[in-house]
Design a protein around this ligand. Structure first.
Ligand SMILES: Cc1cc2nc3c(=O)[nH]c(=O)nc-3n(C[C@H](O)[C@H](O)[C@H](O)COP(=O)(O)O)c2cc1C
Length: 367
């Protein structure tokens, strides 16, 4: 049986020292133009070293791809010096640094875009309060976005990251192309499952080609997915298993689920026997490592998540206790902090914006 202390080596050759990852969590600490701040570097430095894999909060690949202010940027070569400092800070003591990259698509607003239009696969507002109508992407602008995913990958390589993660989850642009809610296109990018996968295929191929051309041999590429949507129409686990099967046959180094609870089930009557994680793990069947996530707060949770995944990602628990991993590794479980009060934000180096996300996901952990 695999232990969380066992290393794992990815297809492109990178080895990580244990099976614990820090989940991507936006700090909302970057400058208005996406550049890294010193506060942000201190935040990452305070939580690294113990984890095998540290995935950064998401970074936007082009100006109209930003989702919220304070988000990390990888949209211009001017971002490279700051990103280089960030990668170096994360890589202290042997943790591997992964830059998560995305385009937010329709999951943004005019205020954040400061005059740039909101773009998405189709002109359908997102299923959330105050969602604005987006402009449908032209074929030319889709090609530009793919080019900008390549450019972002090149910048991550130049900045010294060990890899990138394509953020294809949480309703952002990559997911918007796969979703029948946001994608109503009738061209080669919309319609059948295969066509809704076309944009993902092109981005994955383009990024992997960039890595082949420019990266050191062991640079890795991961892909994050959300297993189901709550919207009608929306995709559910059945279509996700189709997507997972496709992605598992590519040259990607890992797949990463985005789950609220690692043991969560879908609502489909035919898929009630097991967790979504387990169905996905069994579909992959060893072809590619799978990262689990979602309310992993104790050793028991960690071990249970690793029964149906290869690596477990820890999010909120790391915000509440920066040394959660070290305490697990050295059997000091009793000293782990599981709650915080808002006045501790500064001591824990958590920004107001990140605290809002944390409190929304874990209201019971805020005193
Ligand atoms: C403050 C905060 C910021 C987050 N930012 C991101 C992000 O940038 N990219 C992403 O894929 N998920 C993001 N997430 C989701 C986490 O990666 C993770 O999936 C989620 O918090 C569930 O794991 P947990 O229960 O261990 O917190 C964020 C979560 C929090 C709490």
């Amino acid at each position: 049986m695999k232990q969380f202390t066992n290393p794992i080596t990815f297809k492109h050759g990178l080895t990580i020292k244990n099976r614990i990852a820090i989940a991507p969590m936006t700090t909302r600490m970057s400058y208005f133009n996406g550049k890294v701040t010193n506060d942000e570097i201190n935040y990452y430095a305070s939580r690294t070293g113990e984890t095998g894999l540290f995935i950064t909060g998401v970074a936007y690949i082009q100006p109209d791809g930003i989702g919220w202010t304070g988000e990390l940027g990888v949209h211009s070569d001017d971002c490279i010096p700051g990103l280089s400092k960030l990668a170096a800070a994360i890589k202290e003591n042997g943790s591997r640094a992964i830059l998560q990259i995305f385009h937010a698509g329709r999951m943004t607003n005019s205020q954040t875009l400061q005059g740039l239009p909101i773009v998405a696969p189709s002109k359908v507002p997102a299923n959330r309060p105050n969602a604005e109508i987006s402009k449908e992407l032209t074929i030319e602008s889709i090609e530009d976005i793919i080019q900008n995913f390549k450019e972002a990958t090149r910048r991550a390589i130049l900045s010294g990251f060990d890899g990138i993660e394509l953020h294809g989850a949480n309703h952002f642009l990559l997911q918007q192309f796969f979703s029948p809610h946001s994608n109503r296109r009738t061209d080669k990018y919309g319609g059948s499952l295969e066509k809704r996968y076309q944009f993902i295929r092109e981005v994955v191929d383009a990024v992997l080609a960039t890595v082949d051309e420019l990266a050191p041999q062991n640079f890795i590429v991961g892909y994050r997915i959300s297993p189901r949507e709550e919207t009608t129409p929306g995709y559910n686990l059945e279509e996700t298993l189709w997507l997972v099967d496709k992605l598992a046959d590519t040259d990607l180094d890992y797949l990463h689920l985005s789950l609220t609870y690692f043991h969560g089930k879908t609502n489909l009557p035919d898929y009630q026997e097991k967790s979504m994680l387990q169905y996905i793990y069994e579909t992959i069947n060893g072809r590619i490592p799978l990262i689990s996530v979602g309310q992993i707060h104790t050793r028991k949770d960690l071990e249970a998540a690793l029964q149906h995944s290869d690596i477990a990602a820890i999010g909120s628990a790391i915000l509440l206790d920066p040394h959660w991993i070290q305490k697990i590794l050295t059997h000091q479980d009793d000293s782990i902090r599981h709650t915080m009060s808002p006045i501790e934000k500064d001591t824990l180096q958590i920004s107001d914006g990140a605290f809002e996300f944390l409190a929304a996901i874990n209201p019971d952990r805020i005193l």
